[in-house]
Write a protein that binds this ligand. Structure first.
Ligand code: SF4
Ligand code: MG
Length: 328
């Protein structure tokens, strides 16, 4: 709910005269239980920061995160510690989550112990069960993380995430580091687990091709803001925001008979420290109008459960200062 995360970079040597880095700049969205929200955008758009805020691994500058109606930032530390097991994370590179000096059995036993998931005498059985669920053999228990392939390590990362029987898992680019041939296997595993345990996912990805197959709803982020949000089919079949359109055009259409126009975006995503005025996308937008530099478009209803932040859709602009309406 209106999440913001600003970092103070005033004293940094790198950014001499600038004050604030707006990593996440006022975004709101909801995820239904048992569904997947795909959050996409280029590097530096604020996706991972959003994910960390949702897990209370980072505290917001303002805004709230509600889990089952309760603001998790209002919980005491002690109460939140108990809730921690409900909110898990799968990283892009499982190596980050797996201690290289520990064997798999110990890695998977640790969360069982900390959160008291099963009685002590059942822990070994539980580790074997978890390995089976993710498609690994219990014979692998005594091995170290480096003895596995990238895909297998991601399976261990997934086993660790589900070991606490969570409700919500932040999947932060879980397949980006894997070979394409392995990607779909991991995605299938994640969707199977979701069905089996009615898990709710925030699925972060760079491009739209990966989230398409796993998401119910998709949000497109750019420079800390949501540009467009909608049901997955609406986003793919009738994108309303020029940025979404460009992201979709980067991949071939699944139907080879349909020729897709390619939109090449100019330049790089601007620095989140010195964001463009008005519509933050205006420096790269093919449809830029004069107004786009001056005013900021709001996320506006463009269909059922579908919103876009672009003046091309917003026919009447409310001037926030004077309250008067400007037609163009
Ligand atoms: Fe492009 Fe203007 Fe729409 Fe921004 S508001 S996406 S600059 S047309
Ligand atoms: Mg990231």
């Amino acid at each position: 709910q209106n999440l913001k995360k600003y970092f103070d970079v005033n004293n940094s040597n790198i950014f001499k005269n600038e004050k604030t880095l707006k990593a996440v700049d006022g975004i709101s969205f909801g995820i239904n239980k048992g569904e997947t929200f795909g959050l996409v955008g280029e590097s530096g758009s604020g996706k991972s920061t959003t994910g960390l805020l949702m897990l209370r691994l980072l505290s917001p500058t303002s805004g709230s995160v509600y889990v089952e109606g309760e603001d998790i930032y209002k919980y005491s530390k002690a109460k939140f510690r108990k809730m921690r097991k409900d909110l898990q994370i799968i990283f892009q590179d499982a190596s980050w989550a797996l201690d290289p000096k520990m064997i798999i059995e110990d890695i998977l036993t640790e969360p069982l112990k900390i959160h008291n998931i099963v009685p002590r005498f059942e822990r070994e059985k539980e580790v074997k069960r978890l390995l089976n669920i993710v498609g690994l053999s219990s014979k692998d228990m005594k091995k170290f993380p480096h003895e596995f392939s990238g895909g297998q390590r991601q399976r261990i990362g997934i086993a660790k995430a589900i070991s606490t029987r969570p409700k919500f898992i932040l999947c932060d680019e879980p397949v980006s580091a894997l070979d394409v041939s392995i990607q779909s296997k991991i995605l299938n595993l994640l969707t199977d687990l979701q069905k089996e345990y009615s898990l709710t996912y925030l699925f972060i990805a760079h491009g739209l091709n990966v989230v398409r197959h796993v998401s119910n709803t998709v949000g497109v982020m750019y420079l800390g803001k949501l540009m467009e949000i909608g049901k997955v089919d609406d986003i793919y079949n009738s994108p309303k925001h020029p940025y979404t359109e460009a992201l979709i055009s980067a991949f071939p259409h699944p139907d080879p008979k349909i020729e897709q126009k390619r939109i090449i975006l100019k330049g790089e995503i601007p620095s989140p420290i010195n964001t463009p005025s008005g519509c933050v996308f205006h420096t790269r937008c093919l449809y830029k109008m004069d107004i786009c530099e001056k005013l900021e478009p709001k996320l506006t209803e463009v269909g059922e459960n579908h919103k876009s932040a672009c003046f091309l859709e917003e026919k009447v602009i409310e001037n926030s200062k004077g309250g008067e309406k400007v037609e163009y």
